[in-house]
Design a protein. Structure first.
Length: 445
């Protein structure tokens, strides 16, 4: 029994070993099947197993492409404004005004500008909103587009990158400043809103050198025989004493506008103190009947040359020669300045014409310089590239074209002439900012 038990035990142990090995073999076989099914196999003998682990190169990973992300537009740029307008117009009517209120509530001052675009924005009451200004020569207003069922209006313009333009809004027929734009420009008819593009170059700032006293502005009365009138002029005298040959003299037509709108006496103070120009006497001549006086009127030319200049030479020791005498005018005043110098070159040796209206009286000024021998007069012609149809006249009011033509004729005849074109309109801002450059050239020979 004992032996039998042992045999049974031995058999049991043998069976256990056999059973265990068989079980392991079965599992391994099953695993092999699985691995083979996956494209792998197990080694079949012990010698197939490596003695040492081999270096298996890392698999080459193909980078997962980054998902494309559409950049979010800055909402207060030209493109952001376009997107807002389009998306809101396509959305539900019920929520549009609320979207506009939130959008405009965070909007910075306008117009918005990019390299060559500007957006004029209006929010407020009105059935029709337009803009009138240098961009349309103050003639035919340009309408703003309304976002339907809101009080939001937008106009996007293509503008020269360095432009500066004056404008006003017209709301239901009434002109007004742009309430979202703090920048303004002066004009004889009141303030205008001002659009300044990113590429605009501001005029030079003149910082005084040392302590310089301001000049003195005096009012004088002249009894004019040429005009049969009593006339008022204003004479600016610098604080510096006159040089041995007398001061150079600069005569400004539209004299009161020069004093009241752009403070030319103060500009002269700063330029003299900064030593940008020598001490100079300035004479401001206001018109009484501008339309008549600045229509190439020979009586007015005689008034300037024989009466005003003579008075200043006697009283202020200024402009004693034609080379020391400069005449400045704007618009039809610019044409009058050129006409006066052409008529009296012995008196006026230098002319600064700003936006000269040279189509007056059947282009007489253009013909005048074509039919005569050259005279000893120098010309500085300033004009805006947006001055293409002043008063809605694309022929007579195309000042950029006629200034270019006059400059070409003067150059061909050997005159000293400078044509100064700027991306601006018919504006006192243009004339104020370009005046210092012209004065520096003429007063520093």
């Amino acid at each position: 029994m004992i032996r039998d038990n042992r045999r049974q035990t031995s058999d049991f142990r043998s069976w256990s070993r056999i059973g265990s090995f068989g079980l392991i073999s079965a599992v391994c076989g099953l695993l092999s099947v699985v691995l083979i099914g996956c494209g792998s196999s197990l080694p079949t003998a012990v010698e197939d197993l490596p003695l040492f682990p081999t270096e298996t190169p890392l698999p080459t990973l193909t980078p997962t492409p980054e998902p494309e992300v559409t950049p979010t537009l800055e909402p207060y740029t030209i493109e952001g404004l376009k997107r807002f307008f389009a998306d809101t117009a396509a959305g539900r009517l019920a929520g549009r005004q609320d979207l506009v209120n939130r959008y405009v509530g965070q909007m910075p001052e306008t117009p918005l500008t990019s390299f060559d675009e500007a957006a004029i924005v209006y929010q407020g009451p009105g059935r029709k909103v337009e803009v009138i200004g240098d961009m349309n020569n103050w003639s035919e207003p340009t309408p703003l587009e309304q976002l339907p069922d809101t009080d939001f209006w937008v106009l996007i313009l293509t503008v020269e990158p360095a432009a500066r333009l004056d404008y006003k809004l017209i709301v239901d027929g009434q002109e007004q400043l742009d309430p979202r734009n703090p920048l303004t420009e002066v004009s004889p008819l009141g303030l205008r809103s001002k659009l300044v593009m990113p590429g605009f170059q501001p005029p030079p700032a003149f910082e005084p050198v040392g302590d310089a006293a301001a000049g003195q502005l005096d009012q004088e009365i002249i009894e004019s025989t040429a005009l049969n009138q009593t006339r008022t002029i204003f004479i600016y005298t610098p604080s510096a004493p006159a040089p041995p040959g007398g001061y150079p003299a600069v005569y400004f037509l539209d004299g009161t506008d020069h004093i009241n709108l752009i403070d030319t006496p103060n500009l002269l103070d700063r330029m003299i103190a900064a030593e940008a120009i020598p001490p100079v006497v300035a004479v401001f001549v206001p018109p009484i009947d501008r339309l008549s006086e600045y229509s190439l009127n020979d009586d007015y030319v005689n008034f300037l040359a024989d009466e005003v200049v003579s008075f200043v030479q006697r009283s202020a020791q200024a402009g004693l020669t034609a080379a020391d005498t400069t005449l400045v005018g704007q618009g039809s005043g610019g044409a009058t300045a050129v006409y006066s110098a052409a008529s009296r070159p012995e008196t006026f040796g230098q002319v600064i014409s700003q936006s000269g209206y040279f189509t007056l009286r059947d282009d007489i000024i253009l013909r005048q310089f074509s039919l005569r021998d050259p005279i000893p007069v120098s010309f500085y012609l300033t004009v805006g590239t947006y001055e293409t149809a002043i008063d809605g006249d694309s022929v007579g009011g195309n000042l950029i074209a006629v200034n270019q033509e006059l400059a070409a004729r003067l150059t061909q005849q050997g005159y000293r002439v400078i044509l100064d074109e700027q991306p601006e309109g018919h504006s006192w801002g243009l004339w104020r900012d370009r005046l210092p450059t012209a004065l520096q050239i003429f007063l520093n020979p």
